[in-house]
Design a binder for this molecule. Sequence first.
Ligand SMILES: Nc1nc2c(ncn2[C@@H]2O[C@H](COP(=O)(O)OP(=O)(O)OP(=O)(O)O)[C@@H](O)[C@H]2O)c(=O)[nH]1
Ligand SMILES: [Zn+2]
Length: 357
Amino acid sequence: MTLRPTDQERIARARNDLRLGIPVCVGGSVVAAVENLTRERFEALLALGPERARLVLTARRASTLNARAYDGDLARIELPSDVTLAWLRASADPASDLDHPMKGPYVSDRTGSADVHRTAVTLCKQAFLLPAALVIEGAGDAAFAAAHGFVTAPLVDPDPDVVILDETSAARVPLAVSSAGRVHVFRPRDGAEEHYAIEIGQPDRAVPVLSRLHSACFTGDVIGSLKCDCGPQLRAALAQMGAEGQGVLLYLNQEGRGIGLANKMRAYALQDQGFDTVEANHRLGFEDDERDFRIGAQILKLLGFSAVRLLTNNPGKVAMMQATGVHVAERVPLRVGETPQNAAYLATKAAKSGHLL
Ligand SMILES: Nc1nc2c(ncn2[C@@H]2O[C@H](COP(=O)(O)OP(=O)(O)OP(=O)(O)O)[C@@H](O)[C@H]2O)c(=O)[nH]1
Ligand SMILES: [Zn+2]
């Protein structure tokens, strides 16, 4: 038994520090997120060894910039001799791509290991920052970390097992759709976002339960945005559960298909420039969908459910539930909330993400 933080706890700390703009040390290298890098820290980091410094971008972002991604999912880009913080930021953030299309040429590194660089980008994504990092290779050993008060973290598995969640608390909440509502809060052990389950009635665990995996959408769920169908889907799902007298709605805090609200608004700004919902994610450096649906399956199992009638138009959710051992006895379509403003969005989801109309 030791009091020392576990690897998972050190990773959670590193994620939080990057979000605050504080560099961290991973595998003997120094890592900083580009998004919130201050000029002082940028200059101090560069002074550690500009020849060992790399801008790390995802292959998605690199392809927009015509940079080579020799590491498959990543590009490790050498810094130009006249590098500025503005260049780093413009390379990371597509907001000005159309105004300043020529930021290159970019020279990508193809030597050595990209493991630390991959961890750097994974941590940025987990912190809901732009997936872009400045890495100074070999400059961040234990003595350096201790001297600067930097957190040291191990390499992060880019393809991890699903995080374990624990039920933190639960209480009765009478709802407009049913007086027999109950809200359960689940907390992941990796220090990430909590997720909620809204149980309606007392569903029989022996038969498939009417269920929805709903991903948080502040704009659609809360303020009535017409750009998506989330709010009407949320309310229609709850209404159907209320009418049937039972059901379970998982409210998963995976805002913006897992990229966070700040990045979703960046994606919306790109959509106003003419890119569709998938292209906008890619230009930012994200995959189309960064969510982990295994979390929803785990919550259902923790609540004692092993089979569902799933309210969704997304075949990916059905496939993931089946793959994680929750039987989908029926897919129940949920087609509500179409507006002139979200017609193109829904059409893109059908054409590119396989959503069923
Ligand atoms: N990145 C990004 N996320 C979006 C955009 N529009 C909506 N979202 C997010 O997309 C998610 C929608 O989630 P769900 O309601 O589970 O929708 P779905 O995957 O289409 O599946 P079903 O609704 O079950 O058919 C929410 O997290 C929204 O915040 C967008 O243009 N870009
Ligand atoms: Zn939405």
